[in-house]
Design a protein around this ligand. Structure first.
Ligand SMILES: [Mg+2]
Length: 355
């Protein structure tokens, strides 16, 4: 492909409600929208929505990297992989910026070849992807009302943020939610690395009778080396998440030496190619992967959906219910129906545009 130019514009999305978690409360998402045009008049979109607490660069770095990339890629030509190799080598410290460029270039290549993006990432893309709804934290009654609404609309997997309150209160919250919702709903928990090792061990033991589907990163990302032992002993399956921003943790995952499950965020991993390659190696080692966004708009969500369709475990719901959480002009095909999305209905990453 030969690129004509790369256009940048700021993007900002408000969240439908403040997302409380063990990290700082999140009220909005800010980033950069990237439009790439080729010499044949095709164009494609990507978005960079950095979230430093999830392991990306800070917004200022995203902006400076993309500013430099827009200049460097004007008139650039080469195979998709060559262009992506160059981007990876030049901006290794800016995964969100790389994600936007990588997504847009994948979409451009897919358009050129008349394929879905998932067809570039995997050999047998799925036609349906189950998605989970996000409950956040907050007052129990509010969380329960949201959970009931999601269940009534067909979601089968709900994700609850933990780690804001002390472990005892978290435990009580999960037990009440399980009692209210009954046994058929899959409950996924995310303490975002809030628990020290002894507290994590105790929590996992106590959560086991509550039939929790999985727990995302229980320990701080900085002590990821202790995850393997914790996961081996845990009665609840553990998923690596924020720690996958670290190359060594990614290598351990790919070698089957970390956790049995993994959350793949293209925004943190530096784009679709990096995420798909990690999924391929980890899956070969027996790790089951699912994809999520970092709460993104239509372009980021559409890109992550293509990744999910291509490489993720069909039994695990993905965190792609963007319209439930983010105020943006999501197209109808990115709005989950009965807790599912159909990647084949995709009409390009940017269809619907940003709010
Ligand atoms: Mg997580």
């Amino acid at each position: 492909m030969k690129l004509e130019r790369v256009e940048l514009s700021p993007v900002r999305y408000r969240l439908r409600s403040t997302l409380g978690s063990a990290r700082a409360p999140l009220r909005e998402r800010q980033g950069v929208r990237v439009r790439v045009r080729d010499e044949d008049g095709r164009s494609a979109l990507g978005e960079a929505l950095p979230l430093a607490s999830a392991g990306t660069e800070a917004l200022a770095r995203t902006r400076s990297a993309l500013g430099a990339a827009a200049g460097a890629l004007r008139g650039a030509s080469g195979e998709l992989d060559e262009l992506l190799d160059g981007i990876e080598a030049r901006w290794p410290d800016a995964p969100a910026a790389r994600c936007a460029l990588d997504s847009a270039l994948h979409e451009l290549e897919a358009r050129r070849l008349g394929l879905p993006v998932a067809g570039l990432l995997g050999t047998d893309p799925r036609t349906k992807v189950a998605v989970n709804a996000l409950l956040g934290s907050g007052e129990f009654e509010t969380v329960l009302a949201r959970a009931r609404d999601f269940v009534a609309r067909g979601y089968e997997t709900l994700k609850l943020k933990l780690g804001v309150d002390p472990p005892r209160a978290d435990l009580e919250r999960v037990a009440r939610l399980r009692a209210e919702l009954g046994p058929s709903i899959r409950l996924r928990l995310d303490p975002n690395g809030a628990w020290p090792v002894p507290a994590a061990r105790e929590m996992l033991e106590r959560l086991a009778p509550l039939e929790v589907e999985l727990v995302e990163l229980p320990l701080p990302a900085s002590v990821w080396r202790q995850l393997r032992r914790l996961a081996d002993d845990s009665p609840v399956p553990l998923a690596a998440d924020e720690c996958l921003a670290l190359p060594e943790a990614r290598r351990a995952l790919a070698d089957g030496d970390l956790t049995p499950l993994a959350v793949l965020k293209p925004m943190v991993l530096g784009g679709l190619r990096a995420a798909a390659r990690l999924a391929e190696r980890a899956s070969a080692a027996g790790v089951r992967c699912f994809a999520t966004t970092t709460l993104e708009g239509p372009a980021g969500t559409a890109a992550a959906l293509q990744l999910a369709a291509a490489v993720c475990d069909p039994e695990l719901a993905c965190g792609l219910a963007g319209p439930e959480a983010v105020e943006a002009a999501f197209p109808a095909w990115l709005t989950p129906r009965r807790g599912r999305l159909r990647p084949g209905a995709a009409e390009g990453f940017g269809e619907g545009g940003a709010a």
